[in-house]
Design a binder for this molecule. Structure first.
Ligand code: UDP
Ligand code: MN
Length: 357
């Protein structure tokens, strides 16, 4: 009896050994496969049939977009890359009451009409007629209508707070003399992940700006940083925008701007580059009227992210793009660009808008 029970225990022991061995062998097969690092690659994209949704052709791309090594891509970027949609972008347009007619109406007739729900116009006066007539999101910031540093920073501060409130993935700012090419914007943003630290735009200088930063001891210290010029537009990922909060949210933007006594776009650069140590990703796809817009090759105009116009009085500074609108009918060239991008859309809504061949 005793011998038999020893035999059974031995058998059990051997069986459990064999089972454990088998389990050990099977372990690698049972383990769920490691999730591939899915990040987009900037160039290899295609436009999907559902308008303005971009996917990477392969969902297994392993490399983040080409960027400077120190651009601070955060580790949270290891998510499955979802297609980016217009709904994910918060577009802020800065304007002032006196430009509602002369500048804003052209934007509403053109690109804003294609992204009405995602676009927020930040102004400094009421305009119920325009709001009712067009259905745009018009936000009266109650900031001063003056073209001062303080007034501009006041508007940017409201733009920032509204973006944070919106829960959208990307914050893009443009001026009221910018044409925003929505397909190119989506294509560019979909190269990145909104949880990464991304600050995209074009500097107006060819060197970092040097500012005097007020420090606690009432002294001044020199600080250098790049900033994207607001007149060409810029974009910030939600991940980075959230990190800006201590210096940008709930009126803090205005006190941060006071520390360096520079305008709104410089203050954005100061917070991102100097305080958060995240680099501006310089992109040549954004354009202000500080550059010579006539130099842009006509065949590349529709690939840009923003355009602008300037200098009607003396030397006209607009993009060279041929279309059915003459320079008299379309001095900014925005209508021409719009009809090249959307030949049908406006024709359906307003049969006479885009001239027929
Ligand atoms: N702007 C403003 N308040 C003003 C004047 C201008 O908010 O009193 C806005 C204007 O609507 C535009 C931006 O500031 O979005 C830049 O203005 P503008 O194009 O006239 O100047 P620049 O591009 O030469 O700086
Ligand atoms: Mn301007």
């Amino acid at each position: 009896m005793h011998i038999a029970s020893v035999g059974i225990s031995k058998l059990c022991f051997c069986l459990s050994l064999a089972l454990s061995g088998l389990l050990l062998l099977l372990l690698p097969c049972l383990r769920t496969p490691a999730r591939p690092l899915v990040l987009p690659q900037p160039k290899a994209q295609f436009r999907s049939a559902s308008s303005w949704t971009y996917r990477t052709p392969s969902q297994t791309a392993a490399e983040p977009p080409l960027r400077r090594k120190d651009s601070g891509a955060s580790s949270t970027a290891h998510h499955r890359h979802e297609p980016l949609e217009m709904e994910d972008v918060f577009i802020a347009v800065k304007t002032t009451r006196k430009y509602h007619k002369s500048r804003l109406e052209l934007l509403i007739q053109t690109w804003v009409s294609q992204a009405k729900r995602q676009t927020y116009i930040f102004t400094d006066g009421e305009d119920r007629d325009l709001q009712l007539k067009t259905g745009i999101n018009l936000i009266n910031t109650n900031c001063s209508a003056a073209h001062t540093r303080q007034a501009l920073c006041c508007k940017m501060s409201v733009e920032y707070d509204k973006f944070i409130e919106s829960q959208k993935k990307w914050f893009c700012h443009v001026d009221d003399d910018n044409y925003l090419l929505l397909p190119s914007l989506l294509l560019l943003l979909s190269s990145y992940h909104h949880s990464q630290d991304v600050y995209l735009g074009r500097p107006s200088l060819d060197h970092p700006i040097e500012a005097s930063e007020r420090v606690k001891s009432n002294g001044l210290t020199s600080v250098q940083f790049w900033f994207a010029t607001g007149g060409a537009g810029f974009c910030i990922s939600r991940g980075l925008a959230l990190k800006m909060s201590p210096w940008a949210s709930l009126g803090n933007f205005i006190s941060t701007a006071e520390k360096i006594r520079l305008p709104d776009d410089c203050t954005i650069g100061y917070i991102i580059e100097a305080l958060l140590e995240v680099k501006l990703s310089h992109t040549p796809l954004f354009h202000s009227h500080l550059e010579n817009l006539r130099k842009l090759l006509p065949e590349t105009v529709l690939d840009q992210v923003t355009l602008s116009y300037g200098g009607f009085e003396n030397r006209r500074n607009v993009v060279s793009v041929a279309g059915r609108f003459s320079l008299i009918e379309d001095p900014t060239r925005f209508k021409t660009v719009h009809c090249l991008l959307y030949p049908d859309t406006d024709c359906v809504q307003n049969p006479d808008w885009c001239p027929k061949p």
